[in-house]
Every structure is written in C-alpha cells, then in structure tokens.
Design a protein around this ligand. Sequence first.
Ligand code: TXA
Ligand code: MG
Length: 299
Amino acid sequence: MRLVSVQEAAELLRSGELVVVPTETVYGLAARADSAEAILKIYAAKGRPSSHPLIVHCGNAHQAAHMASDWPDLAQRFAERFWPGALTLVVSRGATVCSEATAGGATVGLRVPDHPVFQALLAACGLPLAAPSANRFTKLSPTRVEHLDPELLRHVAGVLDGGPCAVGIESSVVDVTVTPPALLRAGGISIEALRAVAPDIVAASQPSTKSPGQHSAHYQPGKRVKLEPAAGELTIRVEGGPKSVMPNDPAEYARQLYSVLHAMDAAPGDAIVVAEPPNTDAWAAVWDRLRRATASDDV
Ligand code: TXA
Ligand code: MG
C-alpha cells in the first residue's frame, strides 16, 4: 500500500487515478466525478456491477447544489442541518456529473463529508469526487487502512490515511426527488434525527429498486455470520474463539461494528455469532448491516 500526502492524493486524482480516502463513515475509493475513464476504474477495482450508482462528495453544500439540475428547498434544509456529515441526498443529476458515476441514472447521490483530511483533499483538488466504500463488492467496508483488501489495492495509486472512522458505518441515503422523501439506506444519521427536517420521511422497503446497491448479501466478512438472541450482553464472538462485548448504544456499536467483524474474521474459527441488538428505530442502521452480513443470497 502506497501512503500518500493530501497534495499527492490531489495530483493523482486530478490525473484520473484512484485514491483511497478517509471519511467519517467508512473509507472511500475515490475518483474524479467528471471523468468516465476514472469512474470505470472504480467499478473494476471493486468488482462492482456498473448498474450501481456512486456517491459524489463535495466540499460544501454550495458546490453540491451545482452538481444537481434541481436543488429543492428540502435538500437545502437537510444540507443545513446535517452537512458536513453522514447524509447522502439523492437529487436530479446536473450536467457536470458524468453518467458513469450515476450508473446512467437521472439522479445523483451527493454528500459533504465531515472528515478534516477528506475536506483538505477536496479543497486541494478543487473537484467533486465520486467514492463508494473501499471494499470489494459484497464485502465488509474498511474503517481503518489496515482493513483494505490487497486485491482492491492493486488498482489504487495511493492511500490517504486519516485514522479510524468516527461513525463507522455508511451514510444514510435520502431521496428528496420523491414526496414524501424516502430513506433508501439507514446509516450514520438515525431516522429520528432525519424526522426533525422531514417528519413525513418513509423508510423504503428493502431491498429498494431505487437504490441498486441494496442487494441483500452485502457487508460480508469471509466467515459465515449468524445471529443469536442476546443473553444480557451484546456480544460478537467467533464460535470456539474470541468474544467482544459491544456497547449498548447504537452509535457506539456502529462505530466499532466493522472493526470488530474484521478482527473476528482474522481470528481462527468457522463462524461469527452476533447477539441480536434491540429491535427499535435507533438500531435500524445496525440491524440493516447485520441482516446483510448474515444473508446467504447474492442478488
Ligand atoms: O458513507 C458513505 O456513504 C460511503 C462513504 C465513502 O461516503 N460511501 C458509500 O458508497 O457507502 P457505496 O457506493 O458503497 O454506497 C452508496 C449507496 C448505494 O446503496 C447506492 O445504491 C446508493 O448509495 N446511491 C448512490 N447514488 C444513488 C442514486 N442516484 N439513487 C439511489 N441510490 C443511490
Ligand atoms: Mg458500499
């Protein structure tokens, strides 16, 4: 893995290369959002179907609004409340975003990330950056550079290390092109918090056809993952191997989840067993990731 500085990363990205970037949610695999050639490298590195749209990251809400052909009042209110942060807004795609980034679709997912290193990078390269999570297709997302898959790294010109990700799971994805607005993916910002801006927001039924990355088998470690009823503590363990006691708070749990799953995956043993957390709205994003980690189909 070739660790690079912000300045080197900016130069590589401007010249159309891929760079792994830190965000507050998970590490991203970035390319300039206006270059079809650069974007196609992302799909090749991830082994991801070209029908799955990418999120375009911007330095601020003003730049993001320029990526849209229409910027509704609701988008502005979500942006003012949650950006920079773990919220992706789906709006109509503007002309400067290449169609490969949105899988040919008429909408684009936009996010202003809340990570100082990524913010410095966006300022240094002066370009919006398309970036999915920096994992191979269906696999576990990285929240530290140590989690990066060697196969993915073969396609990458540089890695920008920003330390462990503070949120630990991906952004919440909200479609504001529909009424009422739809939560396409539960994530770093809870539905309760989103209701402060849009009390009528609805959770899209899963898997959502509007968000093609939402196939059931996803976020999977190499080992099989099983759920068991919680007997007191919220544990994650390897059968016959190590055990971690997880925090009884959804945000803290989410922050540690992928890191613990990566560690359990590296430990000897066959299966990872996760104690079921509470079944409430506050745990929806954690539950979404656990369900997909345990799913056996691969749509
Ligand atoms: O936190 C995150 O969102 C991370 C960091 C790197 O920003 N990115 C991330 O990207 O998770 P990715 O590609 O792994 O997941 C993007 C999700 C997919 O479920 C995709 O279907 C949805 O966002 N999405 C992106 N653009 C969309 C669009 N135009 N319409 C509907 N869904 C979209
Ligand atoms: Mg992903």
